[in-house]
Design a protein around this ligand. Structure first.
Ligand code: DCM
Length: 135
Protein backbone atom coordinates (compact mmCIF):
# COMPACT_ATOMS: atom_id res chain seq x y z
CA UNK A 1 0.00 0.00 0.00
CA UNK A 2 1.53 3.30 -0.98
CA UNK A 3 -1.16 5.80 0.01
CA UNK A 4 -1.49 4.83 3.66
CA UNK A 5 -5.16 3.87 3.27
CA UNK A 6 -6.06 0.73 5.16
CA UNK A 7 -8.05 -1.54 2.84
CA UNK A 8 -10.40 -4.31 3.85
CA UNK A 9 -11.11 -7.21 1.52
CA UNK A 10 -14.67 -8.47 1.19
CA UNK A 11 -14.68 -12.09 0.06
CA UNK A 12 -17.55 -13.59 -1.89
CA UNK A 13 -18.08 -17.28 -2.59
CA UNK A 14 -19.43 -18.73 -5.81
CA UNK A 15 -20.54 -22.00 -4.22
CA UNK A 16 -21.07 -24.65 -6.88
CA UNK A 17 -22.72 -28.01 -6.38
CA UNK A 18 -24.19 -30.51 -8.84
CA UNK A 19 -24.23 -28.01 -11.69
CA UNK A 20 -25.83 -25.22 -9.66
CA UNK A 21 -24.66 -21.93 -8.22
CA UNK A 22 -25.74 -20.72 -4.78
CA UNK A 23 -27.33 -17.27 -4.57
CA UNK A 24 -28.38 -15.57 -1.32
CA UNK A 25 -30.80 -12.66 -0.84
CA UNK A 26 -29.59 -9.86 1.43
CA UNK A 27 -31.63 -8.40 4.29
CA UNK A 28 -29.44 -5.33 4.95
CA UNK A 29 -28.57 -2.53 4.57
CA UNK A 30 -31.86 -1.13 3.23
CA UNK A 31 -30.24 -0.09 -0.05
CA UNK A 32 -29.15 -3.68 -0.74
CA UNK A 33 -31.99 -5.61 0.91
CA UNK A 34 -33.77 -7.90 -1.53
CA UNK A 35 -30.80 -8.03 -3.90
CA UNK A 36 -29.01 -11.32 -4.52
CA UNK A 37 -25.31 -11.88 -3.91
CA UNK A 38 -22.56 -14.40 -3.79
CA UNK A 39 -22.46 -14.79 0.00
CA UNK A 40 -19.41 -13.81 2.02
CA UNK A 41 -18.16 -10.94 4.13
CA UNK A 42 -15.22 -8.99 5.43
CA UNK A 43 -11.82 -10.50 6.09
CA UNK A 44 -10.81 -9.89 9.71
CA UNK A 45 -7.37 -8.51 10.60
CA UNK A 46 -4.77 -11.28 10.42
CA UNK A 47 -7.16 -13.68 8.69
CA UNK A 48 -6.59 -15.18 5.23
CA UNK A 49 -9.30 -14.53 2.62
CA UNK A 50 -9.90 -18.25 2.23
CA UNK A 51 -10.36 -18.68 5.98
CA UNK A 52 -12.73 -15.70 6.09
CA UNK A 53 -14.81 -17.16 3.29
CA UNK A 54 -15.08 -20.56 4.95
CA UNK A 55 -16.03 -18.88 8.24
CA UNK A 56 -18.62 -16.56 6.70
CA UNK A 57 -20.32 -19.33 4.73
CA UNK A 58 -20.51 -21.45 7.88
CA UNK A 59 -21.91 -18.58 9.99
CA UNK A 60 -24.36 -17.22 7.44
CA UNK A 61 -25.56 -20.39 5.73
CA UNK A 62 -24.51 -23.34 7.90
CA UNK A 63 -22.45 -25.01 5.18
CA UNK A 64 -18.93 -26.44 5.16
CA UNK A 65 -17.03 -25.39 2.07
CA UNK A 66 -13.64 -25.41 0.44
CA UNK A 67 -12.40 -22.39 -1.53
CA UNK A 68 -10.97 -23.48 -4.88
CA UNK A 69 -9.52 -20.76 -7.09
CA UNK A 70 -9.95 -17.03 -7.01
CA UNK A 71 -12.09 -15.69 -9.84
CA UNK A 72 -10.45 -13.03 -12.00
CA UNK A 73 -10.94 -9.37 -11.23
CA UNK A 74 -11.92 -7.30 -8.25
CA UNK A 75 -14.34 -4.47 -7.53
CA UNK A 76 -13.57 -1.39 -5.48
CA UNK A 77 -16.73 -1.01 -3.36
CA UNK A 78 -15.58 2.27 -1.87
CA UNK A 79 -12.31 3.84 -0.70
CA UNK A 80 -11.82 1.18 1.95
CA UNK A 81 -13.50 -1.99 0.73
CA UNK A 82 -12.48 -4.17 -2.19
CA UNK A 83 -14.55 -7.16 -3.34
CA UNK A 84 -12.86 -10.38 -4.49
CA UNK A 85 -14.51 -13.70 -5.28
CA UNK A 86 -13.61 -17.37 -5.14
CA UNK A 87 -15.00 -20.45 -6.73
CA UNK A 88 -16.05 -22.65 -3.81
CA UNK A 89 -16.93 -26.31 -3.43
CA UNK A 90 -19.69 -27.46 -1.10
CA UNK A 91 -18.45 -30.16 1.27
CA UNK A 92 -21.30 -30.60 3.71
CA UNK A 93 -24.60 -29.19 4.89
CA UNK A 94 -27.74 -27.68 3.47
CA UNK A 95 -27.60 -23.94 2.85
CA UNK A 96 -30.07 -22.03 4.99
CA UNK A 97 -30.41 -18.27 5.50
CA UNK A 98 -29.22 -18.18 9.14
CA UNK A 99 -28.03 -14.56 9.19
CA UNK A 100 -27.82 -11.61 6.78
CA UNK A 101 -30.07 -13.34 4.20
CA UNK A 102 -33.72 -14.31 4.00
CA UNK A 103 -33.63 -16.70 1.04
CA UNK A 104 -31.24 -18.89 -0.88
CA UNK A 105 -31.50 -20.43 -4.33
CA UNK A 106 -29.46 -23.02 -6.19
CA UNK A 107 -29.43 -21.77 -9.77
CA UNK A 108 -28.74 -23.81 -12.87
CA UNK A 109 -26.75 -22.08 -15.59
CA UNK A 110 -30.06 -21.39 -17.38
CA UNK A 111 -31.48 -19.70 -14.26
CA UNK A 112 -28.30 -17.88 -13.29
CA UNK A 113 -29.55 -14.45 -14.33
CA UNK A 114 -33.14 -14.85 -13.12
CA UNK A 115 -32.31 -13.13 -9.83
CA UNK A 116 -31.52 -9.46 -9.20
CA UNK A 117 -27.78 -9.70 -8.48
CA UNK A 118 -25.76 -6.87 -6.98
CA UNK A 119 -24.16 -5.31 -10.08
CA UNK A 120 -20.64 -5.86 -8.81
CA UNK A 121 -21.24 -9.61 -8.47
CA UNK A 122 -22.36 -10.09 -12.08
CA UNK A 123 -18.90 -10.46 -13.68
CA UNK A 124 -18.06 -13.18 -11.15
CA UNK A 125 -21.39 -14.93 -11.76
CA UNK A 126 -20.81 -14.81 -15.50
CA UNK A 127 -17.37 -16.31 -15.09
CA UNK A 128 -18.40 -19.15 -12.83
CA UNK A 129 -21.56 -20.04 -14.75
CA UNK A 130 -19.37 -20.86 -17.74
CA UNK A 131 -17.72 -23.57 -15.59
CA UNK A 132 -20.83 -24.88 -13.82
CA UNK A 133 -21.33 -27.97 -15.90
CA UNK A 134 -18.13 -29.49 -14.60
CA UNK A 135 -19.64 -29.95 -11.10
N1 DCM B 1 -20.77 -7.09 -1.07
C1 DCM B 1 -20.93 -7.20 -2.44
N2 DCM B 1 -21.03 -8.41 -3.02
C2 DCM B 1 -20.96 -9.53 -2.27
C3 DCM B 1 -20.79 -9.46 -0.87
C4 DCM B 1 -20.69 -8.21 -0.30
O1 DCM B 1 -20.98 -6.18 -3.12
N3 DCM B 1 -21.06 -10.70 -2.88
C5 DCM B 1 -20.66 -5.77 -0.47
C6 DCM B 1 -21.90 -5.34 0.28
C7 DCM B 1 -21.37 -4.44 1.34
C8 DCM B 1 -19.95 -4.93 1.58
O2 DCM B 1 -19.62 -5.76 0.49
O3 DCM B 1 -21.28 -3.12 0.82
C9 DCM B 1 -19.76 -5.67 2.89
O4 DCM B 1 -20.56 -6.81 2.86
P1 DCM B 1 -21.27 -7.37 4.18
O5 DCM B 1 -22.26 -6.32 4.58
O6 DCM B 1 -21.92 -8.65 3.73
O7 DCM B 1 -20.19 -7.59 5.17
Amino acid sequence: MTDGVERTVVVAGAVCHEGRLLAARRTAPAALAGRWELPGGKVEPGESPEHALTRELREELGIETEPLERLPGEWQLNGRLVLRAWEVRLLKGEAQPLQDHDAVRWLTSEQAFDVDWLEQDIPFVRDVVARLRSY
